[in-house]
Design a protein around this ligand. Sequence first.
Ligand code: CP
Ligand code: NVA
Length: 308
Amino acid sequence: MAETTSHFLALTGLGREGLLDLIDYAVRLKDQTRAGACPQSMTGMTAGLIFHKASLRTRVSFEVGVNQFGGQAMFITDREIQLGVRESIPDAARVLSRYLSLIVIRTFHQADVEELSRWSDVPVINALTDLLHPCQIFSDLLTIREKLGRVEGLRIAYLGDGNNVARSWINAARLLEIDLQIATSPKTHPGNDFLQAAMEGARGGVTVTDDPSAAARGADVLYTDVWASMGEKEQIAERTALLEPFRLDAARIAEAGERCLVMHCLPAERGREITDEAMDGPQSVVFDQAENRLHGQKAIIMWCLGKT
Ligand code: CP
Ligand code: NVA
């Protein structure tokens, strides 16, 4: 195994300076791409995109990003490789490393992504697990930087399920000076063990509350995500009963103020965790977030390949 391979498994792997530098790099790369001068840094390379869950944004933006760098992307579902079933993850990782220059994986267990990375000679990027969604929050920080001019000294209110997206926000607050307010029910808490481990020596702060108004007041960003993630959709009725008070709607936006950004990683279940009025209103930046998945992930790819 190559010791120097840079995997992107969680935001925390970047460190604070690394994260801030990579956001700067993403800004430059976006400008270059828009000027028609995207570096051809992946000529002759193939990236494997292993997806065990559905995806619109992540899959399409990774494929487009690799193509823009002059490389090729190969989409691989579990029908083909049956990772960990047809053969072990270490064996699959060693074989894939002989063909590919980069592996992007979206799956259920964070431990599987970590095991794949331990055995892979090429960089592995976490494209979402049940635990974390680091590509999303990295790209969202790029959007916040563009809209507010900075990513620190901000109050971010996350309303709803304490899921993979919420935990990646916690990791962002570990690295950056962010006042993260998570408003959720006790039953949908992001997990005390995770929170405690993440916040040891953290730069920012995290408050978990069941009072959505207290979280929203004075927030620079109001953020939400679906109430039942992929793999747990059958729990939606129970979650809806718990999370109704945490909907992102006009009342919450009024509490936050007129300069607050409204964010959602998408896909949205309109009318459930976010109203149409909030999502389509003047403070919403949800489609800018979606666009920045492309630019953010391109920066992550270059970081992994050591080409930033
Ligand atoms: N936000 C996000 O990751 O979207 P997809 O699930 O469509 O990739
Ligand atoms: N929490 C959601 C995010 C989708 C991008 C899920 O895991 O389904």
